[in-house]
Design a binder for this molecule. Structure first.
Ligand code: INI
Length: 154
């Protein structure tokens, strides 16, 4: 019989950090609220959640690494919104935050969840932050719950 290992969506006393950018905060704060509500609904004690704010998405990886490396958190949820403007800054920000968060997870072996939305327009960002395309903060929080639980089993 194969052994099947999979994370459950239960709190289990786990500790979570949410690292959120202030850039595009109108969109990002709605994702933070979605993440907090999802953690709460799955039984996470609010005292077990720390919210860290950084200026922009490019600052997320270093703060996430500090949290993940501290040993204080079972998963780190990264939340931000990168919206394409007139310049190619967008590409640098997307590439920096995605590779930085992934590298952090691999370096620390703590799940670092990528809840950063990258869109062409502000309308698309709003759609992903609690309107018709769901709330990516909620999705990220669910992924964090599952991964924190999974890591205990591996
Ligand atoms: N940061 C974001 O989080 N979203 C953006 O859309 C964005 N744009 O478009 O520039 C952005 N830039 C700031 C960047 O993340 C850094 O804070 C800044 O470059 C300082 O390092």
């Amino acid at each position: 019989m194969p052994t099947h290992v999979e994370g459950d969506l239960i709190a289990d006393g786990h500790q979570f950090a949410i690292v959120a950018s202030r850039f595009n905060e109108f969109v990002v704060e709605s994702m933070v609220d979605g993440a907090l509500d999802t953690l709460d609904r799955h039984g996470v004690d609010p005292d077990d959640v720390t919210i860290v704010h950084v200026p922009g998405s490019l600052e997320i990886p270093v703060a996430a690494k500090k949290c993940a490396g501290s040993g204080d958190y079972d998963a780190v949820i990264c939340v931000g919104a990168v919206i394409r403007g007139a310049t190619d800054h967008f590409d640098y920000v997307c590439s920096g935050v995605s590779s930085g968060t992934m590298q952090t997870a691999l370096d620390t072996e703590v799940p670092v969840i990528f809840g950063v939305i990258t869109t062409d327009t502000i309308e698309q960002a709003i759609e992903r932050a609690g309107t018709k395309a769901g709330n990516k903060g909620r999705d990220a929080a669910e992924t964090a719950l599952e991964m924190a639980n999974l890591m205990d089993q591996l």
